[in-house]
Design a binder for this molecule. Structure first.
Ligand code: GSH
Length: 215
């Protein structure tokens, strides 16, 4: 194996942020699209907790937490200075309370939850981002970085759950930030559509340069 292998799922926000960091760092890897209902045995054997994303390095090391994949990729190569624009507290609030409420808003049947109550609680947390973005275009200054890439896929999921409702909220800076992040060529490259991987398939390379041939 000469390149890392990424087990990914297109719509998973954790996998999305890993893909964004892999692309911006120009870390070319082999991408294997996973069906969550039928995870490949090859992935589960190296990462028994069986969540995506999973990155398998050529030396056999396995990185199976999305933030760790981001930091590893950016630690190799960080041409846009993303690592300097992280924010541990903001990312922890996203991955903890915001994700908790997002799941219970989006999937009330799964959680036997009241979606309106959880939408309200998640919205409160979005006001923290709105306040931050009122004074600067990105979460840590003028340019996007680790914090933006780590958080954006979850805000996107929240917005998409009821787009008309989200668009009607008084969150002008957050809405504009989300639009800019979604319109970025990097995001389109990260959202390439792939058939689920099967053992024996020809490798598909994932990179900003290659993705135009894949989409
Ligand atoms: N903490 C993990 C969370 C990853 C995660 O929960 N991914 C979801 C998909 S969005 C998953 O694989 N769930 C397992 C399943 O649905 O079977 C990370 O940051 O990588």
């Amino acid at each position: 194996m000469t390149r890392p292998i990424l087990y990914s799922f297109r719509r998973c926000p954790y996998a999305m942020r890993a893909r964004l960091a892999l692309l911006v760092s120009d870390t070319i890897c082999e991408i294997r699209e996973v069906k969550l209902v039928a995870k490949p045995a090859e992935m589960v054997s190296v990462s028994p907790k069986a969540t995506v994303p999973v990155l398998v390095l050529p030396d056999g090391r396995v990185i199976d937490e999305s933030l760790d994949i981001m930091r590893w990729a950016l630690g190799r190569n960080d041409p846009e200075g993303w690592l300097a624009r992280g924010d541990e507290a903001l990312i922890a609030a996203n991955d903890g309370p915001f994700k908790h409420h997002l799941d219970r808003y989006k999937y009330p049947d799964r959680h036997a939850s009241d979606p309106a109550q959880h939408r309200h609680a998640a919205l409160e947390l979005l006001h923290v981002l709105e306040a931050r973005l009122a004074s600067q275009p990105c979460l840590r200054g003028d340019a996007p970085g680790l914090a933006d890439a780590a958080i954006m896929p979850f805000v996107r999921q929240f917005a998409q759950t009821d787009r008309a409702w989200f668009d009607a909220r008084p969150l002008p800076h957050l809405q504009a930030w989300l639009e800019r992040r979604l319109a970025a060529p990097l995001f389109s490259a990260a959202m390439v559509r792939l058939q689920p991987w099967q053992a024996g398939d020809a490798p598909i390379l994932f990179s900003d340069r290659e993705s135009q041939f894949l989409s």
